[in-house]
Ligand binder design. Structure first.
Ligand SMILES: Nc1ncnc2c1ncn2[C@@H]1O[C@H](COP(=O)(O)OP(=O)(O)O)[C@@H](O)[C@H]1O
Ligand SMILES: [Mg+2]
Length: 252
């Protein structure tokens, strides 16, 4: 469902220096999988997701969703992807209901299907109490629920979750946990980026460890444990930050 092949992004920085944010990255995610793209700040996670969505042009390599290339068919790709990111905002002047119907319209969801989906998501995420409230007046937790609903309003088969729990309290994080369980039950192909490693361990069926734009290790938790000699993702992370890509060379 999601295919990333030797994806590379170099940014030209002020002063003429180039930064390779994503370096020859390859991985695939099938329907029903929750793939944990893990790495410290600056590892290249968001840049990868932006290229997948067709928002950023790769320097080389390619990404595709359901067979549509992210660079060549950005509209086909956007129709099939839901994005949840920590930074996404809501239109303050619209009510939660208006906001969701507006996005349904942007995605060309027919009105009858949009109403149906809104009702379903409202039940799923508990939006009923504040659907008629303007987004400006919503609490952080309520906003987040609207954001989670917005990402699903066009029923995309692929979900990209970029640090979906950043800055949230325990209760709001629990909502995200249930949301991801729901996505898995629905058979979506999911990429989750996070540095909450316990969360990643709970949700992800496979992991890719990203360090300075490169995939240094990939597999199930058992694969990674066997390869790195570490028990937890946390230990792997700490080892990675000390030795960097050598982890890969030593263990594969
Ligand atoms: N538009 C940009 N211009 C220049 N550098 C960028 C840009 N976007 C991201 N970067 C750099 O690319 C690297 C990877 O960033 P990012 O993908 O946001 O990392 P992550 O999401 O893993 O924290 C960082 O060093 C960041 O500063
Ligand atoms: Mg990021």
């Amino acid at each position: 469902m999601i295919e990333v092949e030797r994806l590379t992004k170099c940014f030209l920085l002020l002063g003429g220096r180039t930064l390779t944010a994503v370096n020859e990255l390859s991985f695939t995610v099938r329907a029903g999988e929750v793939y944990g793209l893990l790495g410290p700040n600056g590892a290249g996670k968001t840049t990868t997701l932006r290229m997948l969505l067709g928002l950023l042009k790769p320097t080389s390599g390619q990404a595709s969703i359901a067979g549509f290339g992210s660079s060549n068919h950005p509209d086909e790709v956007k129709r099939r992807v839901g994005l949840v990111s920590a930074g996404s905002g809501l239109y303050q002047g619209l009510t939660a209901r208006e906001m969701l119907l507006f996005f349904a319209d942007l995605y060309a969801v027919p009105p009858s299907a949009a109403f149906q989906e809104l009702n379903r998501l409202s039940r799923l995420l508990g939006l009923d109490d504040f659907l008629e409230q303007r987004c400006a007046t919503l609490s952080t937790g309520q906003r987040q629920r609207v954001n989670l609903a917005r990402a699903l309003i066009h029923r995309p088969p692929v979900m990209l979750l970029d640090e979906p729990t950043l800055g949230l309290d325990v209760l709001a994080r629990q909502v995200v946990t249930e949301y991801i369980d729901h996505l898995r039950q629905e058979g979506k192909a999911v990429i989750l980026t996070t540095h909450h490693l316990e969360e990643a361990e709970r949700h992800c069926t496979r992991f890719g460890l990203l360090h300075k734009g490169q995939l240094v290790s990939e597999g199930t938790l058992a694969d990674l444990q066997a390869r790195t000699g570490c028990t937890t993702l946390m230990e792997m992370f700490l080892k990675l930050s000390k030795v960097g890509p050598a982890l890969h060379e030593v263990n594969t």
